[in-house]
Design a protein. Structure first.
Length: 319
């Protein structure tokens, strides 16, 4: 194993149009040790597999039925022989040629760091609402650039602290291979990265946020998609972590009021209602459907037909 070598692992399925930019950006990385790229393709029909091969990356094909967010990443990691493992999704584009070097810097500087993740910014052309939201989210995480549990009792009783300590995103992340060998990803279809991060911080390791390692990664959803995705997030976090993201109708009303005031205030202040009128209207509805999804996802006795209609994820339906 060459010191400081790294394998970049990318699960791929129909990754265009972003995947080509991901591959181009990886070719431009400046790093002082060997870099290997492994793409695990689970049935692309859009030519993503050919693009990976054209860039000289190692392509491994698996049947779509064998894909699992934790399982597939573990399989790819088992194929690597490098010192470090870096993970990308097929739509997370490194923003510059220093993305990889800056991501790995905390791991190379401190062997107690078990995992590190990148900062996200919005894709070029994204609407200003999601651009602002990502900026604010990762700005807040900047206060927790390095975390390690110093007081386990305080950690156990503080829900907000636990949520920050296990926040992690394997859209763009890295870990030493020795840590992966001790703590592979759980074989789950949702939140495998945050379950893993919870495991490593509770095992005594440090977790880092590399603010200067940046990827472009964002999604724009309408009101219905927002409802579905917030429902799945809420249902999974309730089952996996015991969190109730929206505890009562009162919390639902308060969250709706806050999001409506925040988003429409930004639209009026920054002129987004003129430049993006349709998205402004959409955000008015999303300010209700997001907390509604969180509220419904935590309900224990929700009728099965509602759950089946709203949920987008078969694995979460089975939780």
């Amino acid at each position: 194993m060459t010191p400081n070598s790294v394998t970049v692992i990318i699960p791929v399925k129909n990754g265009l149009p972003y995947f080509k930019d991901v591959c181009d950006a990886l070719e431009q990385q400046v790093y002082d040790a060997p870099v290997e790229v492994i793409c695990i393709d689970s049935g692309s029909k859009d030519g993503s597999d050919a693009i990976a091969e054209a860039h000289g990356f190692r392509l491994v094909r698996i049947p779509a039925a064998e894909f699992g967010h934790g399982r597939t990443r573990n399989y790819a990691a088992s194929l690597a022989s490098s010192e470090y493992l870096a993970f990308l999704t097929h739509d997370a584009i490194p923003n510059d040629e220093q993305w990889l070097a800056r991501l790995l810097a905390p791991l190379r500087a401190d062997h107690q760091v078990a995992g590190v993740f990148s900062r996200h910014i919005a894709h070029i052309g994204a609407d200003p609402f999601i651009t602002w939201e990502l900026q604010e989210h990762f700005r807040g995480l900047g206060n927790f650039a390095m975390v390690q549990i110093a007081d386990r009792a305080a950690y156990d009783r503080d829900l907000g602290l636990r949520q920050v300590y296990h926040y992690y995103s394997d859209n763009a992340s890295a870990m030493p291979r020795r840590i992966w060998q001790q703590h592979p990803y759980p074989d789950v279809q949702f939140a495998e990265d945050q379950i893993w991060a919870k495991t490593i911080v509770e095992a005594g390791f440090k977790k880092a946020f590399a603010q200067d390692s940046v990827v472009r990664h964002s999604h724009a959803f309408g009101p219905w998609q927002t409802l579905c995705r917030s429902f799945d997030e809420s249902r999974a976090f309730n089952k996996l972590f015991g969190y109730d993201l929206c505890t009562s109708p009162r919390n639902l009303a308060l969250s709706t009021a806050y999001l409506f005031q925040r988003d429409i205030g930004n639209a009026l202040k920054n002129g987004w209602w003129r430049s993006h009128p349709l998205k402004t209207v959409s955000r008015m509805f999303e300010s209700f459907t997001r907390p509604l999804g969180h509220y419904l996802g935590c309900r224990k006795a929700l009728p099965k037909w509602i759950e089946n209609r709203i949920s987008l994820d078969e694995w979460i339906k089975a939780l």
